[in-house]
Design a protein around this ligand. Structure first.
Ligand code: HEM
Length: 191
């Protein structure tokens, strides 16, 4: 099922254009996102920074970082356009749209926080930085924020690339969230 299948027939060409931009940017962002989440899982084994340093050689160069951030902007803008024009007719489409809507928020807030931390505050963006907000009382916001980010990404990508129902991706997303957010909160030992 393609996102632009959800769009009203009154604007088929604009919907198609948004769908093409959305799918194109999703290739860049989806590839990064999967590698990035696997990197977050390395918090469990204590190898987060080693893997992050290797990945940064790919995504944090003068060519690739602007490309990644441009993919974020294109993904969010085209996604909002698809959301506004679409009318869901099945529960699968509702999952696709609602996880996409949350990702539109998360994909603005989360990379912006990393960029402010690096370029304005001059600090590191390592696992300790990500974990610094999973403490009382900030955890009241950041546990659901990270959990919904990981789960929305997993469900949204899963539905876009397979014909499987949302439930399996939802369980997978929640399990990854429990491991990553639990590790950031120090539930499985010190970082
Ligand atoms: C709990 C889950 C997550 C944690 C702990 C986390 C942590 C981080 C960290 C530490 C950075 C800085 C990276 C660096 O310094 O190289 C970062 C950046 C970023 N994250 Fe996440 N992330 C999470 C989920 C996600 C998800 C689901 C996405 C969706 C694709 C995402 C997209 C990004 C993007 C686009 C950046 C900016 C990359 C850059 O320009 O440096 N993150 N995240």
């Amino acid at each position: 099922m393609r996102n632009y299948d959800l769009v009203l027939p009154s604007h088929p060409s604009r919907a198609l254009t948004a769908g093409v931009w959305h799918r194109g940017s999703a290739i860049v962002l989806g590839t990064f996102g999967v590698a990035h989440l696997l990197n977050q899982l390395c918090v469990l084994s204590g190898h987060h920074e080693t893997v992050a340093s290797a990945l940064r050689l790919v995504y944090r160069t003068p060519l690739t970082e602007p490309l990644l951030l441009a993919a974020v902007v294109v993904q969010v803008l085209s996604g909002v356009q698809l959301y506004r024009r679409g009318r869901p007719s099945s529960s699968r489409q509702r999952w696709q749209r609602n996880t996409g809507l949350y990702l539109a928020f998360f994909l603005v807030a989360h990379p912006a926080a990393a960029l402010v931390q690096r370029h304005v505050l001059g600090g590191a963006t390592d696992a300790k930085w990500a974990a610094s907000v999973v403490v009382w009382p900030l955890a009241l916001w950041f546990v659901p924020y990270y959990t919904a980010g990981i789960t929305s990404f997993t469900v949204h990508l899963g539905l876009a690339t397979t014909r499987k129902p949302a439930a399996g991706f939802l369980v997978l997303g929640l399990m990854v969230s429990l491991l990553v957010v639990g590790a950031l909160a120090g539930l499985w030992g010190r970082l």
